[in-house]
Ligand binder design. Structure first.
Ligand code: IVH
Length: 661
């Protein structure tokens, strides 16, 4: 066996060579799978010899070498833009022109949602993805191949009879991914992206593909071309073929035979656009027949065979009359703009979030300024930019003391949010109670703002555990609370004791621990006590739990006040254990062990705990399904059975070594 240091150096050198060939020169010499296998061998060696791990090892850079810039590449044929129809009359004008130019021939339209993203061309040769180019100025774009490779909906290999083809489509970021990204940026003290489109554009042009990979972009295709021209004689047929090849095609595309049908569809989507997971700004209408497209031709900038029916922007201009500060569950102070009420897309808006101090600075906003506000999707309205500075404007500063309890406000280094440091701040408590009682968490119906305000203001409830001590008598005398509704609330509180552990974990309001992470924590540890005592490293064994989340969990449980609270919730009868439906992660995952005889140092219970903590199961009887039998002194029939079945036996030391991985 070669010296591990030499092996690691050779493997690293080999990987670096291939990385260069693949990422920098675009000339791979080995298959992806071989590359992955080499990478796994190196990872395994480094795990066995952590002292030999260096920061410049290829294993420390998943996603490859950052680029220095993007190369400009010409498109096979121009990526044109579209003329817009801003109302019904303009849409009908478009249809009239089409009809006239086609001289009475029959025609039909394909309608597609106009996704609000960036167009991108992707090239394939011999069934393999080779290059992705941004729209750029329509004639020349930028080579973003490595970043595009991280987009999971862009197939890297396809089974096609065509030797070379090109697809064109829209790169978008879902509103959910956008909100998550901005929340992460807030936590890191970075500026926010104004909308999903900007976030998608920024993500596609990152110099480090590894970062693009984290951004969860999506790609929806709408053109299939060979040598810059449509591959089929009907647009609809191209969409079908794209789908067949494994590309993502928007499922809401339709064939429409009349302009009435088109208009109806445009109207229907305007009302439903909030239900979509991504932003759209209209509907694209295309003549289906490629031959008819050719007859209709192009103007200088856009095809005559297509039009974008655009929805009016959900923006309006109004004045910022004041800036208020709200205190959230984590104590974070959020500035909120109080606006002169204005209608935005059918809804009157009088408040818009400003997120944090940095955002106000980025906007250059002062009280009295006229601003553009925007509603997009179901998110809270936001201030997009200043449209004109007010004559009498006043700068805003976040208060140095909490507007609710008067405690000091601090902004930790590297954080965008300023927080009230008082853990018992009534504003924080109210938000915590509302979070605790909300759907998806403890689901206590009837525990709304009016009730929470009264309970906190009267001092009846000082933390969430107090809810479980409430009696009918505490509630009946409150405003807007009859005997019947009070009884319902008490019953709902009682019922919430049955909420499973993941919900209890979510209810604690630990930073970064939402419903999904709570499930992973419950799955991995099986009990609140185990989570409370887990170390930073152990916590990260749970799925999707990284250093940031682990740190937040450890920090939460390091607060004596929080530990008391959790203790009281246990006493109140909440669910603190979880029968996981999935096996625990660990070196003994999927293994069944039997312990027999007296072990030198471990008791039976301790041995069981060790095995279970390493993800293994303990069984009382030896069978064919047993993976190992741990043997101590005076082992009897179980050892004999193990020998008979040829099952591997372990000493206590060997068990420890295995369990440690
Ligand atoms: S077709 C020659 N189809 O809208 C036709 N564009 O205003 C060119 N877009 O640059 C575009 N969804 O970024 C087409 N289903 C769709 C689209 C779409 C979004 C964007 C695209 C284009 C812009 C045109």
């Amino acid at each position: 066996m070669k010296d591990p240091a030499v092996q690691i150096e050779q493997l690293s050198e080999e990987l670096r060579h291939h990385e260069h060939q693949y990422y920098v020169l675009d000339a791979p010499e080995i298959a992806d799978a071989e590359y992955d296998a080499l990478m796994r061998r190196l990872q395994a060696l480094e795990t066995q010899h952590p002292e030999l791990l260096t920061p410049d090892s290829p294993t420390q850079r998943v996603g490859g070498k950052p680029r220095e810039g993007f190369i400009k590449v010409p498109h096979s044929s121009p990526l044109l833009s579209l003329d817009n129809a801003l109302n019904e009359a303009e849409l009908r004008d478009f249809d009239r022109r089409v009809r006239d130019l086609l001289g009475g021939a029959e025609y039909r339209y394909v309608t597609e949602l106009k996704l609000d993203g960036l167009s991108m061309a992707a090239h394939y040769r011999d069934g393999k993805f080779t290059q992705a180019i941004t729209r750029g100025d329509g004639t020349v774009g930028e080579d973003v191949t490595e970043n595009a490779r991280t987009i999971r909906s862009l197939p890297l290999r396809v089974k096609s009879g065509l030797t070379a083809f090109e697809v064109r489509g829209e790169t978008v970021m879902s509103r959910r991914a956008f909100e998550r990204l901005n929340a992460e940026r807030d936590a890191k003290g970075l500026s926010r992206f104004a909308n999903p489109r900007n976030a998608a554009a920024g993500s596609l042009r990152l110099l480090e593909p590894r970062l693009t990979a984290e951004r969860r972009l999506e790609y929806y295709t709408y053109f299939l071309l060979t040598e810059g021209r449509p591959a089929f004689d009907s647009h609809w047929r191209s969409l079908e073929e794209l789908r067949h090849l494994g590309f993502q095609v928007n499922p809401h595309s339709k064939i429409c035979r009349t302009i009435d049908e088109v208009f109806e569809l445009c109207n229907a989507w305007e009302g439903k656009r909030e239900e979509l997971p991504y932003d759209i700004d209209g509907v694209v209408v295309k003549v289906d027949s490629v031959e008819q497209q050719r007859q209709l031709g192009f103007t200088a900038k856009a095809p005559r065979w297509a039009i974008a029916y655009k929805y009016p922007a959900r923006q309006a201009t109004t004045t910022v009359e004041a800036i208020e500060v709200q205190v959230g569950r984590t104590g974070a102070l959020t500035p909120v703009a109080c606006l002169k009420p204005v209608e935005v897309g059918g809804v009157t808006v009088s408040r818009a979030t400003l997120h944090n101090e940095d955002e106000i600075e980025r906007l250059g906003l002062q009280i009295g300024d006229e601003v553009v506000v925007e509603r997009s999707g179901d998110v809270i309205p936001k201030v997009v930019r200043i449209s004109s500075q007010g004559c009498y404007r006043k700068a805003f500063r976040l208060p140095s003391h909490c507007p609710v309890c008067g405690s000091k406000v601090v902004r930790e280094a590297g954080e965008a949010a300023s927080r009230c440091i008082n853990a018992n701040c009534p504003a924080r408590l109210k938000e915590s109670l509302l979070h605790f009682a909300s759907r998806g968490v403890m689901n206590i119906d009837g525990m709304g703002e009016a009730l929470v305000d009264q309970l906190v203001d009267r001092g009846t409830v000082r933390n969430v555990a107090d809810l479980y001590d409430l009696t009918l008598a505490d509630l009946v005398n409150l405003e807007r609370m009859g005997v019947k509704s009070a009884g319902n609330v008490i019953r709902n509180i009682d019922r919430s004791r049955q909420s499973p552990l993941p919900r209890v974990i979510t209810s604690l309001g630990i930073r970064f621990v939402g419903e999904r992470t709570a499930v992973f924590l419950a799955e991995a540890f099986g009990s609140m006590v185990a989570i409370e005592h887990a170390s930073l490293e152990e916590l990260q064994l749970a799925e999707e739990v990284g250093p940031k989340v682990a740190e937040a969990v450890v920090q939460y449980f390091s607060e004596p006040g929080n530990r008391d609270l959790v203790g009281r919730l246990l006493k109140a009868g909440l669910q603190f254990t979880y029968a996981s439906s999935r096996p625990k992660a660990g070196p003994l995952q999927g293994k069944t062990l039997v312990v027999t005889g007296t072990l030198p140092t471990l008791s039976r219970d301790q041995a069981k705990q060790l095995i279970e903590q390493a993800g293994g199961k303990v069984s009382g009887a030896v069978s064919k399904k047993t993976s190992y039998v741990v043997v101590g002194e005076d082992a009897g029939s179980k050892l004999a059975k193990a020998r008979e079945l040829g099952i591997c036996t372990l000493t206590e030391d060997e068990l420890r070594a295995l369990a440690e991985g």
